[in-house]
Ligand binder design. Structure first.
Ligand SMILES: Nc1nc2c(ncn2[C@@H]2O[C@H](COP(=O)(O)OP(=O)(O)OP(=O)(O)O)[C@@H](O)[C@H]2O)c(=O)[nH]1
Ligand SMILES: [Mg+2]
Length: 346
């Protein structure tokens, strides 16, 4: 999964990036795009690794991009370069400054930053939609496609992002190439001063986020970036001092998975124990395709062991003896924690 950090200059993107990745990229204005990969911690994978003792353990991964905030300072809009970098992401994470930054004259105004970014995405999308509708006057597109673009136009003109349109309402099948910005899942980080890290999202901000179908996380990036660089044993104590139960990364990952509505299935064996994130509602056949296209093409059946059931029996053998191995067809909907073995033939 690719998550792009965006926001105004000086909002703390690079600091948030360091917090999440444990890296130590220098903060300060501008700079290049940075990439950082993080393993998604999963206790179930740790446990399965203990049982199967595989040669390799592969956690799900998130690639964070720290996209420089060149657009912020002069409020001149997103540049072509950052637009391109943003279109490449699965999730956009907008970092809002809610702390006084001595290098900036303006006081913190996270609500205004949120609105500015929201509007910018909507306008960029609306321009694309209108260009398509303009062309439609000449090239007579298929009525289904035309209706989709008209619906998108109405939605954007009502100040609503495209992600507010459910899949049943807007068929995105033919739209993937457009890279609409307001169709991306949006995770908003309210980046605060140290003392306010544990306070909940203000009500007005929470309501605004709900209205634009975005999720919110509160943190104090500069403090958490320091914690992220500590020894794991010390981290818990510092978090507790701040009144926090989990690290920013853990909270962030839960929120991102929730936003994308992802579940994880596992594959196990002596070679490899591995976590595979897939959208909730994925079928066994789609899950097989995630592992390899051959497995999808030649799919016969999925052997399913729900994680909890597997734990209760302690081994694959005991579970099979008890007749608890589920044999499922291609339309079986994969549940979070399913251990899958795909039978296939190509
Ligand atoms: N007090 C406080 N300062 C912070 C926090 N997060 C970032 N800062 C400081 O704010 C300044 C800007 O932070 P950066 O992380 O460089 O901001 P940025 O969004 O990456 O800026 P650009 O890359 O220029 O767009 C730095 O001096 C940080 O140390 C925070 O949570 N609290
Ligand atoms: Mg930066």
């Amino acid at each position: 999964m690719k998550i792009g950090l965006v926001g105004f200059a000086g909002s703390g993107k690079t600091t948030v990036f360091n917090t999440l990745t444990g890296l130590d990229v220098p903060v300060g204005f501008g700079g290049e795009l940075h990439l950082g990969t993080v393993k998604v911690p999963d206790k179930r994978i740790d446990l399965l690794t203990g049982i199967f003792k595989p040669r390799k353990t592969i956690y799900a991964e998130i690639v964070f991009s720290d996209i420089p905030g060149e657009h912020g300072a002069e409020k001149k809009g997103l540049s072509q370069k950052s637009l391109q970098q943003i279109r490449d992401q699965d999730v956009l994470c907008l970092v809002l400054r809610a702390f006084p930054n001595p290098a900036l004259d303006a006081p913190a105004d996270p609500a205004a930053e949120l609105d500015a970014f929201h509007t910018e995405c909507l306008l960029a999308d609306l321009a694309m939609v209108e260009r398509r509708l303009e062309r439609a006057k000449k090239d007579k597109p298929d009525p289904h496609e035309l209706a989709a673009f008209q619906l998108m136009q109405q939605t954007l003109e009502q100040d609503l992002p495209l992600r507010s349109l459910a899949a049943q309402v807007l068929d995105r099948g033919k739209l993937t190439g457009y890279g609409f910005l307001s169709d991306r899942p949006l995770l908003v980080v309210l980046n605060r001063s140290e003392g306010e890290a544990a306070q909940p999202l203000p009500e007005a901000m929470a309501a605004r986020l709900k209205a634009i179908h975005a999720a919110g996380v509160v943190l104090s990036a500069s403090v958490e970036a320091e914690i992220a660089r500590m020894e794991p044993a010390d981290q818990a104590a510092f978090l507790e001092d701040l009144g926090l139960k989990e690290s920013a990364l853990a909270r962030f990952i839960h929120t991102a998975y929730g936003l994308l509505d992802l579940v994880s299935f596992f594959t196990v064996g002596p070679d490899e124990v591995r976590a595979w994130p897939v959208p909730r509602g994925s079928t066994a056949k789609q899950a097989a395709g995630k592992i390899h296209t051959d497995l999808e093409r030649g799919f016969i059946r999925a052997e399913v062991m729900p994680y909890e059931v597997f734990l209760a029996y302690g081994s694959e053998h005991a579970l099979k003896e008890a007749g608890k191995l589920q044999l499922e067809g291609k339309d079986y909907v994969v549940a979070d924690g399913d251990i899958l073995n795909i039978r296939f033939n190509v």
